[in-house]
Design a protein around this ligand. Structure first.
Ligand code: NAP
Length: 283
């Protein structure tokens, strides 16, 4: 059986390394969230994704302490909600997140969504300032289309900083070729949210036979497809069984024909997360 500590497969970002599989925590709340997060850390997860908007940062901090895993062994990401990314608001949001988690610093602080009513230059300056104040070891963005990522990278460079990651929806039903290209061009790590298509990929008819051939679960196939592209994935799983499955994707390789077959499942209407304030996506 694969040693789950192999989940220590990590991708380099400035001054740190981000584990290739993290635990998504959207909709995990209350006592069960604490239990889930502590359980995941005991299984070997070393990367937890939260956000101010998830209203579970206190549980993430509590789960971390309950697990007994040392703080410096765990990569923790949080995000500033889109209405709080003006100068001053962003830094206050980051401070409030740290207070809720009872942490001095997160490993990664993200702008959760761009906001067309707040100048990107102002938000990126505030994000860089939050890092210089020590609130975060790294900074990044989420839901940034390719051209907006170009701007964010340039603006951060003006403050001597690097955008470490762009966290976007990605799964076999959604092509992200343009954002992936932009990330590679700027040396920004692509972090995939909804990597299992909010669970839909786990009973996909085209994934099932590939999974059977490799003796793996569909979720393992889909997560392996991400990892082999050099993409970090943050599947959410509440139960220990699913968490274990999702972490155990480092002991096999998908051949090129399977990688290609999985990528052909992309559909023009494959996007799942499309709030009214979303930016114009790359086609
Ligand atoms: N930046 C953003 O704007 C943004 C947006 C959306 C999400 N996110 C982040 O991305 C994370 C993941 O996205 P998501 O939660 O929407 O979707 P997801 O990870 O694609 O799918 C989660 C669903 O898949 C199920 N599942 C997990 N592992 C499974 C397995 N091995 N077998 C069968 N089913 C399995 C889960 O059920 P159980 O819980 O029962 O295991 C849950 O219903 C979020 O939690 C959040 O941290 C970020």
């Amino acid at each position: 059986m694969t040693d789950l500590s192999a989940a220590a497969t990590r991708l380099p970002i400035p001054g740190a390394q981000i584990p290739a599989i993290g635990l998504g925590t959207f909709r995990l709340t209350g006592a069960s969230a604490v239990q889930s997060i502590a359980g995941a850390l005991s299984l070997g997860y070393r990367h937890i994704d939260t956000a101010a908007m998830y209203e579970n940062e206190a549980e993430v901090g509590e789960g971390l302490r309950a697990s007994g895993v040392a703080r410096d062994q765990v990569f923790i990401t949080t995000k500033v909600w889109t209405t709080n990314i003006a100068k001053g608001d962003l830094q206050a949001s980051a401070q409030a997140s740290l207070a809720r988690m009872k942490l001095d610093q997160v490993d990664l602080l993200l702008i959760h969504w761009p906001n067309k009513d707040i100048a990107l230059a102002e938000s990126i300056e505030a994000l860089c300032d939050a890092k210089s104040r020590g609130y975060a070891r790294n900074i990044g963005v989420a839901n940034f289309p390719a051209a907006m990522l170009d701007d964010a990278v340039r603006l951060a460079a003006g403050h001597g900083e690097k955008i470490a990651t762009n966290q976007c929806e990605y799964h076999p039903r959604l092509s992200q070729t343009k954002v992936l290209e932009a990330c590679r061009q700027h040396d920004v790590v692509f972090v995939s949210y909804c990597p299992l298509g909010q669970g839909r990929m786990t009973d996909d008819n085209a994934i099932a036979p590939i999974a059977a051939r490799h003796g793996k679960t569909p979720s393992q196939i889909v997560l392996r497809w991400h990892v082999q592209q050099g993409v970090v994935a943050i599947p959410k799983a509440g139960s220990a069984g699913h968490q274990r499955d999702n972490l155990d994707v480092f002991g096999f390789t998908l051949p090129d024909e399977d990688m290609r077959a999985i990528s052909t499942l992309a559909k023009p209407d494959g996007r799942l997360v499309q709030p009214g304030f979303a930016p114009e996506w790359d086609r």
